[in-house]
Each structure stands twice: as structure tokens, then as C-alpha cells.
Design a protein around this ligand. Structure first.
Ligand SMILES: *[C@@H]1O[C@H](CO)[C@@H](O)[C@H](O)[C@H]1NC(C)=O
Ligand SMILES: *[C@@H]1O[C@H](CO)[C@@H](O)[C@H](O)[C@H]1NC(C)=O
Ligand SMILES: *[C@@H]1O[C@H](CO)[C@@H](O)[C@H](O)[C@H]1NC(C)=O
Length: 407
């Protein structure tokens, strides 16, 4: 056997066989992915240099590449970028690899586009590389007056995806956005994983991930500490699964607010599981406007295996939402948003506020099918935690602490 193999090795036949295999591999490799390095289009790592044109050119070459998959490559280093939008459709799968750090302009309002960097109308996009988007928000936070001015001028968010399908972000850091960090609108079959989002606890409106009108999304292994919502789930979002999220500081994961505007769409099929909230102002919160013009529904939710560490208001349904006194008196309005089929299972830990479980549903559209099982939330201060349940229909299973909630 061994001698026959040796003979084969020295035979010309084997030699050709070897060449054929090696050749096929090299071809496959080249056909696999064509790399467009932004440096070849004039990008330079220097804080004063405007790299926008170089990035745009690298993208359009990669996007129009017809020889197979393509990749835009941003090497390690620091690159200054003005507002930029990457448009599809592209010819094939496209990867955007960021190794270095991209720096935003000091001030950038959201007048023309909502985000500093955006991807639109692209399919089969992968953004990866583990690099950083630095929004340099500290220059613009002092200009933000949105907490007292309803018509305030919005600043650009760090990165946006709109009308993007079958795509993913895998490994990216987003730092100090001027307003929100990630903005997802009308995306479909979209995964976010290995993302780290950071802004100071007192930075205004620095939401981590905002999602609207999108479907079939997975968010996993994310670490989000900001001055606003960890993840904000807005109208028209369906089939979203969030797992292994670490939120805090910030305002927690929120659904809504919904009900304020006409033409809003339902929110349906949201799961949050295996996650931790640490030092957040709220935990998991559903909020609908007291003064609502649209009659929408929020349904089929599962919140499961969630640990609260020193989180304020760990479980909240607020159908009297009316910030900055925009309702003459919020008690006079009853939200028209129907909340139904919401399950809370195995939620435990410590609450920073006495109100650990607070459900204030609408008088005209009471919550239906709310299920609580195995809840164990302890108040960090003196005395027991409390539970409030107004206009809630549903059932209770297993151990519930605090347990003074009647359905
Ligand atoms: C940066 O370059 C882009 C593209 O050429 C241009 O539109 C933009 O105005 C430039 N920004 C600055 C601050 O010069
Ligand atoms: C995206 O991927 C799907 C599935 O592989 C394919 O059918 C579709 O043609 C691709 N589109 C682009 C633009 O690459
Ligand atoms: C989670 O994300 C972090 C940050 O990108 C990464 O270092 C880590 O390997 C990821 N963990 C898993 C289990 O994927």
C-alpha cells in the first residue's frame, strides 16, 4: 500500500493532480473577494484631512465590481470623515471592514441626513473589522436643547442603515455619538453582534440602537452604556430577537413611545432574553402616549432570563407617557394603543427604586394577556419593593416578588 502511494507521488499524474488542486484554490480565493483599500483612493490617516471623497470612490468601485464579492477596507489609523452616505444596490455581496477609527466633524446637524455615516438600499452587506466610530459628541452636547425645546434641531447620529436587507454588523465600536448611535430604518433580515456602544451617562439623547419599521432582526452580544435608551424599538418593528445584551448606564430597553403620530404601524413579536441591566434608569419599558391619535397595537412580547443589577423601575408599562408636559393634564387622556400578549419570565435582581413592577395600562384599552412568572426583584433601599397593576388582564405563575399585583 505504502509503496504504491510512493510510486503515485512520483508519477507525473500526481504532479498534475497537485497543480490542479492548487490552481483551483488560488482562483477560488481571487474570485472570493476583491479588496478596495481606501488608501488607494487617496485616504490618509490624518485628523485634518477630509477623506469623504476617497471613501466614496472606494465604495462605488467595490459596489460596482462585477467579478464576485468585494470589500472596502479601512486599515488601522485615524481617519477624519465628513458626512457620508453609501448607496446600493451593489452587484454582489459587499463587506465594509473598519480596522481603524473614524472621526466625525465637531458639529453636524441632521438637516440633510439623519446620520453621519449611512448605508442605503444595499443587500448582502457585512460591516465588520472591530474598528471605532468616534462621533466626537462632546462638542455638540452643549448645543442640544431638546429637553426644553420641542422643535429642537437634531444632530447627526453615528451610523444608519435604511432599506438594507440580508445584512449584518459584526464587531464595531461606536463612541460618543452626537445623538443616537445606530439608526435602523426599514431593514430586513439584519443581524447585529459584537457591538460595543459607549457615551457618558449624562450625554443627551445618545440612544444606543434605534429601530423602526424593520423586520426579522437579531441583536446579540452587545454592550451598550449611554445617556439614553439602550435599545429603542419604534413603530412598525416586527420579529426582533435580542439576546446577551448588557445595558447600562442609560435608560434601558424601551418599546415606543408609540401612539403620538398618525400612520404609525404595530409593533409585534419582540423577544429580549439572557440579558443584564446594570445601573439603568429603567429596565424593560413599554411606553405609549396618553394623548394618542393612532390606534395601534403592541403584541407578542417575551422578556425572559433577565438580571437587574441596581436598575430603576425594572419592569414598566406606561400608557400615560407624556414628557415635558405636552399634555395639558395627562390624567384626562387614555391611550388608544392596545397592549397584548406580553410575557415576563424569570426576571430577578435588585431595583434602585421602590417601584420594581409598574404597569399602568389604558382605561379604554386595558392590557390583555400579560403573563408574569418567576419574578424576584428586591428594593435596594429600606423596605420592600412595590408592584402596581392598573387595567391589566392576564395571569401570574410561580413566585412573584413583589407580589401585590392583581390581574
Ligand atoms: C469633504 O469632502 C466632501 C466630498 O468632496 C465635500 O462634500 C465636503 O463638503 C467636504 N467637507 C469639508 C469640511 O470640507
Ligand atoms: C444577496 O444574496 C442573495 C442570497 O445569496 C441573492 O439571492 C441575491 O441575489 C444577493 N443580492 C446581491 C445584490 O448580492
Ligand atoms: C462579543 O463581542 C465582543 C466585542 O466585539 C467580542 O470580543 C467577543 O468575542 C464576543 N463574544 C462572543 C461570544 O461572540
Amino acid at each position: 500500500m505504502a509503496s504504491r502511494f510512493l510510486i503515485l507521488c512520483f508519477s507525473p499524474l500526481f504532479f498534475f493532480f497537485f497543480l490542479a488542486v492548487a490552481g483551483a484554490q488560488t482562483n477560488a480565493f481571487h474570485g472570493e473577494e476583491k479588496v478596495f483599500d481606501v488608501r488607494n483612493y487617496g485616504a490618509r490617516g490624518h485628523l485634518e484631512r477630509n477623506n469623504t471623497l476617497a471613501f466614496t470612490e472606494a465604495w462605488s468601485k467595490a459596489c460596482q465590481w462585477t467579478g464576485g464579492r468585494s470589500k472596502v477596507y479601512i486599515p488601522a489609523g485615524e481617519f477624519y470623515l465628513d458626512q457620508i452616505a453609501f448607496y446600493g444596490p451593489c452587484k454582489s455581496h459587499i463587506t465594509f471592514t473598519i480596522k481603524g477609527t473614524l472621526f466625525a466633524p465637531r458639529t453636524l446637524y441632521a438637516d440633510k441626513k439623519a446620520e453621519w455615516i449611512s448605508f442605503r438600499y444595499v443587500d448582502n452587506l457585512t460591516v465588520n473589522g472591530g474598528g471605532t466610530l468616534d462621533g466626537r459628541g462632546s462638542y455638540s452636547w452643549p448645543l442640544n436643547d431638546c429637553n426644553k425645546n420641542v422643535n429642537c434641531r437634531a444632530m447627526a447620529m453615528n451610523i444608519g442603515f435604511a432599506f438594507v436587507r440580508s445584512s449584518r454588523v459584526n464587531g464595531l465600536k461606536s463612541l460618543n455619538s452626537k445623538m443616537g448611535h445606530f439608526n435602523l430604518f426599514a431593514v430586513e433580515d439584519f443581524d447585529i453582534t459584537g457591538v460595543v456602544i459607549t457615551a457618558p451617562e449624562d450625554s443627551p439623547n445618545t440612544d444606543g440602537i434605534k429601530i423602526g419599521r424593520s423586520k426579522n432582526m437579531h441583536i446579540s452580544n452587545v454592550t451598550i452604556g449611554t445617556g439614553d435608551d439602550c435599545i429603542a424599538i419604534l413603530d412598525g418593528t416586527t420579529n426582533l430577537d435580542i439576546s446577551n445584551a448588557r445595558c447600562g448606564p442609560g435608560h434601558g430597553i424601551s418599546v415606543g413611545s408609540i401612539g403620538r403620530y398618525k400612520d404609525e404601524k404595530n409593533i409585534e413579536g419582540i423577544t429580549v432574553r439572557n440579558s443584564v441591566f446594570k445601573g439603568t434608569m429603567n429596565g424593560i419599558r413599554i411606553k405609549t402616549w396618553a394623548k394618542s391619535v393612532s390606534q395601534t397595537s403592541v403584541s407578542k412580547f417575551l422578556f425572559e432570563n433577565i438580571q437587574m443589577i441596581d436598575a430603576g423601575n425594572p419592569i414598566v408599562i406606561d400608557q400615560r407617557y407624556c414628557p415635558h408636559n405636552q399634555c395639558d393634564s395627562s390624567g384626562d387622556y387614555h391611550s388608544h394603543v392596545q397592549i397584548k400578549d406580553v410575557k415576563y419570565n424569570n426576571i430577578w435582581g435588585t431595583s434602585k427604586t421602590r417601584a420594581a413592577l409598574m404597569m399602568q395600562c389604558s382605561k379604554t384599552f386595558p392590557c390583555q394577556g400579560v403573563e408574569l412568572s418567576d419574578i424576584d426583584l428586591v428594593y435596594k433601599g429600606n423596605g420592600p419593593a412595590t408592584a402596581t397593576c392598573e387595567n391589566v388582564g392576564g395571569s401570574v405563575h410561580g413566585k412573584i416578588v413583589p407580589g401585590d399585583c392583581r390581574m
